[in-house]
Each structure stands twice: as C-alpha cells, then as structure tokens.
Design a protein around this ligand. Structure first.
Ligand code: FMN
Ligand code: SF4
Length: 629
C-alpha cells in the first residue's frame, strides 16, 4: 500500500470550483519576453517544465496593468499576444496545474525608460526614486484609472485561459506603497490611519472581483510586514487581509524587506513563515494562507503545514533548481537542492539570460528540451569510454551525466574524498548548509549513475593505456594566486581558516582581498570570535557577487562587525595582526590537460581548471562536456 510521505502537502483543495492538486505553488518569475512585450517560446517551455514537475499552481511573473506602471520592459496584455498567452495557460493545464498570472503596478518604483506616457508615472505621493525617475502623486481620477486597469487586465488574462489572477500587493509595489505609513504620507482619505491606507488597495480588489464576477478564483501576494522601523506591521496586514478575503481566495505572504524576499544562506530557512503563521493562527482569515521565502524541500514544507503555520507553500528558487521537486517528493526521490546563491536573480536583473547554478537545463528548455526527472533530455545509449580527472563539482557532474547517458565512465581523484572545494561546506559555522546538501546530492547522483570512482588515485599513463578512453575530461580545479607583496611568506591562503585552522593564530586577523571568498571567510572568522579586517584594493568588497547576493552578504558583514578597508593597495603584509590571510584570486590547474591533449580522440577542460569561478561554471561545464561526449 502506498503511504504518502507528505500527506498535508499533497492534499488537494478547491478554489471556487477550480481544483488545485497540491499545496505547492510555483512562485512568479518574470522572464523571457521580448523588449516589445511578447512572450517567447522560451517562456512557454519554461512554464511547461514547471507544470511537468508537479506544482499545483504555476505562476507567470509580473505583468504591469498599464503604461506608467512598468519597472521592467514587461509583457504587454494586448490582443496580438493573446494566442501566446493562451498557449501558456494551455501547457500549464496539460500537465495538471492551475495557471496563474501576477498583475502589478510599480507606482513609486517605476523606471522612466519603460513607460511611454510619463504623466502616468505616479504613486501615493510624488518623489524621485532610486532609478532617478520622477513620479507624481495620484489623484482620485488616477486611482480610478489604475483600479479599472487592474480589473480590465485581470479579465483579459482570464479570457486568455488562465484559471486565476495573482494580484501583487506586496514587495513595495504600488498597493504596498499605499499600505505603508512611511511611503504614503497623504493627508486625504487615502493616507494616515490604516483604514485610509487600505482604501485604495481594497478598492482595486473590489473592482477586479466586480469585473470578473464570482466564478474565477483570485489570489493576492502580500507583504506580511514592511520590515522597516515605522513601517506597516503584521497586525496592520492582518487587518488588511481580514478585509481582503471578501474578494480573494488565497493569499501568499511574503515581506517588503528585500533581504526577506531574496534571502541568502545567511538567513534562516522559511524566513517569512512566522508572518503567515500570525495570520493563520489569528483565526480571522478563512481562505488558504501560503508562505513564501526559502522553502527548499518537501520535508520543510510538510512541517510548516503540520505545525499549522500555513495552508500551502510557494517556492521560487527551489523549483528553478529542480522543477521536479513536487513529483520527486511524491516518489521518494531526492530533489536537486537550491543553493540560495541568487545567481538566477542576479543574471535576470542584469538583463542576461537567466542562469541557475545547479540546474543547467532550466530556462533552456526551448533549446535543449527536458526529460522526465529533469535530467538529460538527450538519448541514452552512449558507448564511449570516458576518463574524468578530478572529483570536484565539475568532475562529478561530468561523470554522472556521462554515465547516465550510457557511457562507461571512470573518475579519478588524488584526494581521499569527493567534493573538491565544496568540502568546506561541511565545516560548522560556514553558513553553507545548502552547499553541503548539494555536495551530498551530487555524490549520491554519481553513485547511482554507475560511474566507477577511484579515490586517492592519480591518473597514470598505465591507467590511460589500459582504459583506452575515447574521451578525457580534465576537471583538475584551481590553486590560489599568491600576491606579490613583502612578507607574504608569513601569510596563508584564506581557506586555511577552513582546512588548516591551526594556522590561524591569535585574535587579530587581516584578510588581503575582499572578493566573495575573502569576505565570506572574514564573516566566518569574525563569528568565531576573531577580530577581522578586510583589505581590498577596489572601492568596494564582493564585486564578484551579483547585486542581490552582494546586498545580503554586506548585511552579514555589517552584522558580524568585520572591519572593511577599501581602496587599499598593500605593498606589504599589514602590521599589527596576529595572522595574515590572502584571497586574491585563483589560477587554473590546467597543466595535466596540456600534457594529455593528444592522449585520446577527445580531450576537454572543464570547471575551475578552465576558468576559476563558482558552482555554476563547474556544473554547467561538467554537464555539457558530458553531453558532448
Ligand atoms: C528569477 C526570478 C524572477 C522573479 N520574478 C518575480 C516576479 O515576476 N514577481 C514577483 O513577485 N517576484 C518575483 N521573484 C521573487 C520570487 O517570486 C520569490 O518571492 C523570491 O524568489 C523568494 O522566494 P524563494 O526563496 O522561494 O526563491 C522572482 C525571483 C526570481 C529568482
Ligand atoms: S541560481 Fe542559485 S539561488 Fe537561483 S535557483 Fe539556482 S541554486 Fe537556487
């Protein structure tokens, strides 16, 4: 008899006659449209992938309800796009999920370049935002216009075939701005007391419901709290939601605070669950309450539900890392863990094609296809002999993928353990639990693939002659660059803090180099009770991190009390410190590749050995080197 591991998570329910098959929502991700507002096949296939993976509700990302409300180029809700939007809904339906689209208005946070009618750029009050865009204060007529645009756009998307519409009333966008006592300083009936601040947002929801009628379900994304002193509180939000439930059938509780939206590994998991819990346990809200924010596994989700903190969970990055998480949870298969590295958000924010560090296929479905289980879309039946040198993330990924494709694979690593530099995540206090889980998952995948693994074993000519590989893949990693400054012979590479702690003497530690590695080790040591100073030549630290990750790490630097000195070009080891460490870059270990370049028909160089970088470079190059075999 089948015994479900996560009975609460997989309990279906109905929203106004629409059946939702489980309690997992794929959160909004705005991606892959053209600059003139058309969705691309990339977007449609991405949504299909999400639906195939088993989420109960699959959301499209934000769509602005009108010109004047755009903070990105966005998709246009126009009749010429209707067939493509219909196809989006269709692919979601065909795999059994509920199709939803998120509607928003940027208000104070719009960007002038994405809005034609500059007079329609407005918010609760006038101001100039951090993009340098000037917005004016909304009149009553503007509010009527925007409320009608919300209603009209909701009707449009329902007509396109979507089952529901997710109204964005959180994350500091227009409706949340009205709720905020900090931002909404109006003195008329739309500002001041909570009753007044709720008036316009509630009117928007009322108009939508009036326009679409009682049949379709509606959902709302809200911020549980503003997360700033003097901002709206969870008590205010409860009051708002108590009124909102007249119009909507589900609320998803996030936060207005950016570090609570885009959390790094330095934040706890499920960092917003207490906000959903407050609303749910008040007993005043009768509609399903979902929580969003660092929900990374079925176990964690089930516990949230069992503890009565929420009725469902919404996941964004966990389903980017592995869209098949719901399906795998049902079948007792481990999902590919998300690292909370924010690479996806940062590549997206920089208008680059979106990249996930651990999932080479996501976002590329249109080009590469995708298969059941989210693994290789390519045909199996490989018959090559593949020799992989190096058991770090690149080598493991290459070996696993090649073996899964049917090739005969041998992996050699001179170290006694697999994992390469990911092994540092095993150390207590590094805040790298996600990397640790990922390392364990990678190694498990390798074991299941059937690749032969040789540890504490260097590759010799004898081994090559005997195995006679068709392909050699060199994944030999990288080594630290030693800065050429006076006294460096008395310093150690910063990773000594992890792997050779006996070398860290005394209290006062200098770290030369404030990239990600130096900064994260500085936080680690400071949290161990040391007094750490970072010396960085550039005018800022962590410039090798994307914007959102950098923001999160800087918060941790500040909270930990690490001292930062930027714009410092050291010519010698600084005085007055007990231990000096350096983290001034890595250089590829590629000598073996050059040595073996003619030892097999195909020889590839991957991971740090090709270009020192982060997990994404290792995993992607390992995966594609294997599919190229
Ligand atoms: C690539 C990407 C695109 C996103 N796009 C949207 C969006 O269009 N609308 C929105 O409200 N949130 C958007 N978000 C935020 C997520 O919906 C979610 O709130 C956030 O990632 C936190 O959830 P998580 O910890 O499960 O990732 C996006 C997040 C990512 C990673
Ligand atoms: S890029 Fe990083 S944060 Fe984003 S989904 Fe992938 S692993 Fe998670």
């Amino acid at each position: 008899m089948y015994t479900p591991a996560y009975p609460n998570l997989f309990t279906p329910f109905k929203m106004r006659g629409v059946t939702v098959k489980n309690r997992i929502m794929s959160a909004p991700n705005m991606l892959f449209h053209t600059v003139d507002g058309r969705p691309t096949d990339y977007y449609i296939r991405y949504l299909e992938h999400k639906a195939c993976g088993g989420a109960g509700i699959v959301n499209l990302g934000e769509v602005s309800v009108c010109d004047g409300g755009n903070h990105t180029p966005g998709m246009h809700s126009t009749i010429d796009n209707l067939p493509l939007f219909g196809e989006m809904a269709q692919v979601i339906h065909e795999h059994g999920a509920v199709a939803s689209v998120e509607l928003t208005h940027g208000g104070l946070n719009v960007k002038a370049q994405y809005n034609e009618d500059k007079d329609k750029m407005y918010g609760p009050v006038a101001g100039v935002n951090h993009f340098g865009t000037s917005v004016r204060a909304m009149t009553k007529a503007d509010m009527d216009y925007v409320a009608d645009k919300f209603a009209e756009t909701a009707e449009f998307w329902l007509h396109a075939g979507f089952d529901t519409v997710h109204i964005h009333a959180g994350h500091g966008w227009l409706l949340a701005q009205f709720l905020s006592p900090l931002k909404n300083t109006r003195t008329d009936e739309y500002g001041g007391a909570l009753e007044n601040r709720m008036r316009f947002p509630l009117e928007v929801f009322r108009r939508i419901r009036e326009r679409v009628g009682s049949k379709p379900p509606l959902m709302a994304r809200i911020s549980g709290e503003e997360g700033a002193p003097g901002g709206f509180t969870i008590e205010d939000t409860l009051e708002f939601v108590t009124r909102l439930q007249e119009y909507v059938d589900l609320i998803e509780v996030s936060t207005d605070d950016f570090s609570g939206i885009f959390a790094t590994p330095y934040s706890p998991l499920g960092q917003n669950a207490h906000l959903a819990e407050f609303i749910k346990k008040s007993g005043k809200v009768k509609i399903p309450v979902y929580t969003i924010g660092s929900i990374l596994s079925a176990e964690q989700s089930e516990k949230i539900l069992t503890d009565g903190k929420a009725d469902g969970v919404s996941m964004s990055r966990a389903l980017i890392a592995d869209p098949y998480l719901p399906k795998k949870a049902r079948e007792g298969v481990e999902n590919r863990p998300c690292l909370r590295c924010l690479n996806c958000t940062d590549s997206d924010n920089r208008n680059k094609h979106f990249i996930c560090s651990v999932n080479p296929l996501i976002g590329r479905e249109e080009r590469l296809g995708f298969g059941a289980g989210g693994e290789s879309p390519l045909t199996k039946g490989g018959n090559k002999r593949v020799l992989i040198i190096g058991g770090g993330p690149a080598g493991i990924q290459a070996a696993t993928t090649a073996a899964n494709l049917g090739h005969t694979v041998r992996l050699y690593d001179k170290n006694p353990e697999l994992g390469g530099w990911l092994r540092f995540a095993d150390i207590e206090g590094t805040h790298k639990n996600e990397i640790k889980l990922f390392k364990v998952w990678l190694i498990n995948q390798l074991k299941q693939s059937g690749a032969e693994v040789h540890l504490s074993a260097e590759v010799t000519q004898k081994i090559i002659d005997e195995f006679a590989p068709d392909n050699i893949i060199a994944a030999t990693g990288s080594s630290p660059v030693v800065p050429n400054i006076k006294g460096i012979e008395n310093a150690h590479h910063a990773t000594a803090a992890y792997f050779e702690p006996e070398k860290i003497k005394g209290e006062k530690i200098a770290i030369i180099g404030g990239g990600l590695i130096g900064t994260e080790i500085a936080i680690y040591l400071q949290n161990l009770g040391k007094r750490v100073t970072i010396f960085e030549i550039a005018d800022q630290i962590c410039s090798d991190a994307g914007d959102m990750l950098r923001l999160g790490i800087l918060k941790s630097v500040f909270e930990s009390g690490v001292e930062v000195k930027t714009g410092v070009n050291l010519t010698e080891i600084p005085e007055g410190f007990d231990t000096a460490l350096y983290a001034t870059g890595m250089t590829p270990n590629d000598a073996l590749y050059f040595e073996l370049a003619n030892s097999a028909p195909q020889v590839a160089l991957i991971g740090d050995a090709k270009k020192p970088g982060k997990v994404d470079g290792a995993i992607h190059s390992g995966y594609f080197a294997a599919t190229d075999v």
